[in-house]
Design a protein around this ligand. Structure first.
Ligand code: MF3
Ligand code: CO
Ligand code: CO
Length: 252
């Protein structure tokens, strides 16, 4: 990826702020009884009212504006008319597109009261993302990020998903480098100053092989745990600076 110029950086910051604001907005509606299609519509309306587009909509044939991944769904869950139930966990993944740039962020939310196990897995997933982000530095590597995530998650007794991970982002939704949730320090691709990546570890309760599910008329796959156990994920878009990093999708 080529480094981003000052004017473009403003636009990238702006779309990332919108993605974060959108996630905060939709999260207020996550409660028992709401359908994921209702969450999808809320994001569609909010995004258009901010002169932006939801990037997932029609992306490689994906039919909705967000991904909603419930319980055993790892990622790319397609919103539908199923209501959320008390005790569910749901990852809501928002990607906004505005003025030629993409901002990508997600979080896992509790639907009412959830089990201690669901709570712990979700907390570990968020902490894992933070551990990964803290490794981001100019001329560091994707392996530094993956190593930190894997070390933290395995210590907690959970399993990072290896097949799917973060990505470069900017004028394109998904670019190099692949940002894995495992790896070796100093290995993988170099992190270049003034480029952006996502850090988005998906954390599973067990080591069961993952399942791929097709979406009609789309090349996007839904991923789920092979044994029906839980998976949780968090995602931020990160700017690599000359000194370290900046979380462009921070929610504050
Ligand atoms: N937002 C997802 C990511 O973090 C990608 C979703 S692509 C879609 O990379 F087509 F499934 F929406
Ligand atoms: Co992403
Ligand atoms: Co995303």
């Amino acid at each position: 990826m080529t480094p981003i110029q000052a004017n473009d950086l403003r636009l990238m910051e702006q779309v990332c702020r919108l993605a974060a604001d959108t996630l905060v907005h939709v999260a207020r509606f996550v409660k028992p009884g709401v359908t994921t299609n209702e969450l999808d519509q809320i994001v569609y309306d909010f995004t258009l009212s901010h002169e932006a587009m939801p990037a997932p909509l029609n992306y490689n044939g994906f039919p909705k504006s967000i991904c909603t991944s419930v319980n055993s769904c790892i990622c790319h869950g397609v919103p539908d008319d199923q209501p959320l139930y008390e005790g569910d966990i749901v990852n809501v993944d928002v990607t906004s597109f505005k003025n030629g740039f993409f901002g990508d962020t997600s979080a896992t939310y509790f639907v009412g009261e959830v089990s201690p196990k669901a709570k712990l897995l979700t907390e570990v997933a968020e902490q894992a993302m933070i551990k990964g982000i803290e490794e981001v530095k100019p001329f560091g590597t994707t392996g530094d990020i993956g190593f930190a995530i894997n070390k933290f998650v395995t210590k907690k007794g959970f399993y990072p998903v290896r097949e799917i991970g973060g990505h470069g982002i900017g004028r394109k939704f998904h670019t190099d480098p692949f940002v894995p949730s495992y790896g070796k320090k100093g290995r993988g691709e170099k992190l270049r100053p003034f480029t952006c990546i996502t850090v988005e570890p998906m954390i599973n309760e067990t080591a069961a092989p993952i399942k791929e599910i097709s979406i009609p008329n789309s090349s996007v796959k839904v991923y789920a745990t092979g044994d029906g156990t839980l998976s949780a994920q968090f995602e931020h878009t990160i700017l690599i600076t000359d000194k370290g990093y900046e979380i462009l999708t921070r929610r504050d």
